[in-house]
Design a protein around this ligand. Structure first.
Ligand code: MF3
Ligand code: CO
Length: 255
């Protein structure tokens, strides 16, 4: 959507703040022995307690065989995105886990993800997390009114290259606001000055998804979870922003 009024902007800020606080609380619960189902239950509970609605639960994009069955997408190690929470999926020390969550509040959708270690991580994994986080801040810095979609992708790809990480090219960011996924798609690679123009008020979810290995992915048998083909680990950071003349405003503040 294009946020046009002060009401739009105020509601997006509220929506994003609620979401970001929930993700922060989930991240604080991540520990060895915790099941991914428990984190999902908590996510839904916190969202509803805030008067918001989970955006992913029962979401069915065209092409999906069945609706997404949970509030939270939780992807562990070689799982890239859209991992489904499960009672039998128990987090263990050293795992890399992404917590990807969306909600709507007063009809305004925001989308947010962070990736954390379970307990203590390894040096290579730390590089994956640092590089992906830095790619997100580069993406946000590149999202300026009057710029182009390709500026964002180019910024992500440059950081990935510097860290020796690869971009998962099939996945990327998107506009949102009145629904969870709106056009345009924001690839995590591209050329500066190319692609659609970025206009004032545009609401975007920017989300670099990077892998330690080659970045090729397969869809698992559950038809939701994407897994790296070489089983290398992946990371994902995502924030919702509003493009303003003064620069990008981040509405999901707690990364
Ligand atoms: N967070 C994902 C994204 O950024 C959306 C997950 S949608 C669901 O695009 F289908 F998995 F629910
Ligand atoms: Co998103």
């Amino acid at each position: 959507m294009i946020a046009k009024t002060q009401e739009d902007i105020a509601a997006l800020r509220e929506s994003g703040r609620i979401l970001s606080a929930v993700v922060a609380q989930l991240a604080a619960m991540v520990a060895p022995g915790v099941t991914t189902a428990k984190l999902d239950l908590k996510a839904e509970e916190l969202i509803r307690a805030a008067g918001a609605v989970p955006a992913f639960l029962n979401y069915k994009p065209s092409g999906a065989r069945y609706p997404y069955p949970a509030a939270l997408c939780i992807s562990v190690n070689d799982e890239v995105v859209h991992g489904i929470p499960k009672e039998e999926s128990v987090l263990k020390e050293g795992d890399i886990v992404s917590l990807d969550l969306g909600l709507s509040y007063k009809g305004y959708f925001t989308d947010h993800c962070k990736t954390v270690f379970v307990g203590k991580g390894d040096a290579q994994g730390q590089k994956l997390l640092d590089g992906t986080r830095e790619a997100l801040s580069a993406a946000i810095a590149a999202a300026t009114v009057g710029g182009h979609v390709g500026d964002i992708g180019a910024a992500v790809a440059a950081v990935a290259k510097r860290y020796g990480l690869s971009v998962v090219e099939e996945l990327g960011g998107h506009a949102l606001g009145k629904s969870v996924h709106e056009r345009p798609f924001i690839a995590n690679y591209g050329n500066p000055g190319e692609g659609e123009k970025l206009s004032e008020g545009l609401v975007l979810a920017l989300e670099p998804i990077l892998a330690e290995g080659k970045g090729r992915i397969d869809l698992a048998d559950d038809e939701w979870t994407y897994v790296t083909r070489d089983h290398s680990r992946a990371a994902h950071f995502e924030q919702t922003i509003i493009l303003t003349k003064k620069g990008p405003e981040i509405v999901t503040p707690f990364l």
